[in-house]
Design a protein around this ligand. Sequence first.
Ligand code: UTP
Length: 292
Amino acid sequence: MMKLRKAVFPAAGLGTRFLPATKAQPKEMLPLVDKPIIQYGVEEAINSGCDQIIIITGRGKQAIEDHFDVSYELEKMLEERRKTDLLKIVRSISDMMHVAYVRQKEALGLGHAVLMARELVGNEPFAVLLADDVIDHPVPALKQMVDVFNQKQCSVIAAQVIEGKMISSYGVFDAQPADGFNGRLFEIRNMVEKPKPEEAPSNLAIIGRYILTPTIFDCLSKTTTGAGGELQLTDGMRMLLKQEKMYAYVYEGRRYDTGDKLGFLKATVEFALKRDDLGGAFREYLKGLKLS
Ligand code: UTP
């Protein structure tokens, strides 16, 4: 039986939607309250049973590596000042697990970024998490997908129902309902990138969580570059679909697109409100705003 152990985080994109903040720092390091976006994703992968993390980085992404590394000076200073709570928080990040990095020299697309992980992943299934999509639920979205994967033993892609015209901002599934999993599972027939609303084959959008079999690497290496000279993951997955069954799974949870400014603000407010140490005071502050 195939078991999921590895999680790949493509983080070599340019983050143009968040300029100028992303001019000299990766968008994955922008904090939601006090934790960088990518750490939410890494914790989700760990809590879903993955024990190897592979991050695809590019130019200007050094801060991500530093974040998951040991910070001797900081730890020494916190130790000397007896800031044990902070020391625990800082240590827990580098203790979390081994993280490997692969460099994507040019931002040639998400499919190309995933292909960079080929050697480290090898011949086993793996997860791809787009850290921008932060999904909040007591059972991690990836864990829900792992349950499907363990039963079906083939690729599982996250889906969200998107009503109305907004569907044309997403990759969209053409899929038919499958048995089990409370009506959340669909067998994929096809996928199209950003269709016109009237041409969308369904209201099921592709979201940034994937469990893929290693066959995807062969498919990606045979895929020709598509829109904008980029190698698209969706094109590779369409080729995979010709060889293997694939499922779309409508996860339970609330998703925030934190690569988008408004999505980032929504996540910041809602995560702050949920915090034991901040929620009360922040709620009072928000109530006092004269919003018309
Ligand atoms: P996005 O479409 O969000 O692009 O990429 P982006 O460059 O990060 O951000 P914007 O749209 O310019 O603001 C989806 C995911 O794929 C990764 C990104 O880091 C992000 O996690 N990616 C994209 C790569 O790793 N390499 C690429 O060449 C392209």
